[in-house]
Design a protein around this ligand. Structure first.
Ligand code: ZN
Length: 245
């Protein structure tokens, strides 16, 4: 039986050499989520795939279904190679971090159009020399939101009191923000202005990275908040995080 050929746009998340000449790719697509692709003899013949098999590259792939759920890659047409990421070690590390988070937090084969768009926009912004701190903050915030892991922000997670101007604490394991009465002696100190800034940042498109500016305190506290939330949900610590810190 002749296998039907399919075609679909995908982002290369990971590239692994296999055997003598083959390459296995972890691909992320809007329609089919995360997929494993097999590029036979790709290291022998550069003609067929050229540079499209590198991480962070976006291309239209032609594929047939292989054994299990593997895609047998036939051909690819480059859309965007994001060369700008290679100019800076920090940008490359942040790109690796974004890609690794998505790989760890999404199930294989689970489509998620908005997370696909978020990751592509994040990589585009970094490749175009966007501000690294803004990129990471907005990416983590939106990824947490789109995955449904968003903690309570503007009210106390336990008594539901809406914050006005008081001191607050944050504890992801207890649901998010806490008023002092509920927090007792636990939770990290966060400013209501930080919480408000994060909540406002969620009101614009998940694809927009331009036009933001976060103060040092907001960045520091947001990092603390996202670290807690991600640690609660990640199966293991991302390898790229060690390099980043
Ligand atoms: Zn409370």
């Amino acid at each position: 039986m002749v296998q039907q050929s399919h075609s679909c746009e995908a982002l290369v998340l990971r590239h692994t050499n296999y055997g003598e000449a083959d390459i296995i790719l972890t691909l992320f697509t809007a329609e089919y989520g995360l997929q494993q692709g097999f590029a036979k003899s790709a290291r022998k013949s550069r003609k067929r795939f050229g540079a499209v098999l590198e991480p962070f590259t976006q291309a239209v792939f032609q594929w047939k279904l292989g054994r299990g759920s593997f895609w047998l890659l036939q051909d690819a047409e480059l859309i965007n190679s994001r060369f700008g990421l290679r100019d800076s070690l920090l940008r490359l590390a942040l790109a690796s971090y974004g890609v690794e988070l998505v790989g760890l937090l999404l199930e294989e084969g689970q489509p998620h159009l908005h997370i696909f768009e978020l990751l592509c926009s994040y990589l585009d912004y970094l490749a175009a020399s966007g501000d690294e701190t803004t990129a990471r903050l907005l990416f983590e915030l939106r990824l947490i939101y789109l995955l449904g892991y968003m903690p309570h922000l503007l009210h106390c997670s336990e008594c539901l009191k809406i914050f006005d101007h008081e001191d607050i604490r944050f504890d992801a394991a207890r649901g998010g923000s806490l008023c002092l009465a509920c927090a007792g002696f636990t939770g990290a100190v966060v400013d209501l202005a930080t919480i408000g800034s994060l909540a406002r940042s969620l009101k614009v498109s998940h694809r927009q990275f331009e036009g933001f500016s976060f103060g040092q305190k907001t960045v520091h506290e947001a990092t603390l908040i996202f670290k807690q939330v991600l640690e609660l949900n990640l199966p293991r610590q991302p390898k790229s995080l060690k390099f980043l810190s």
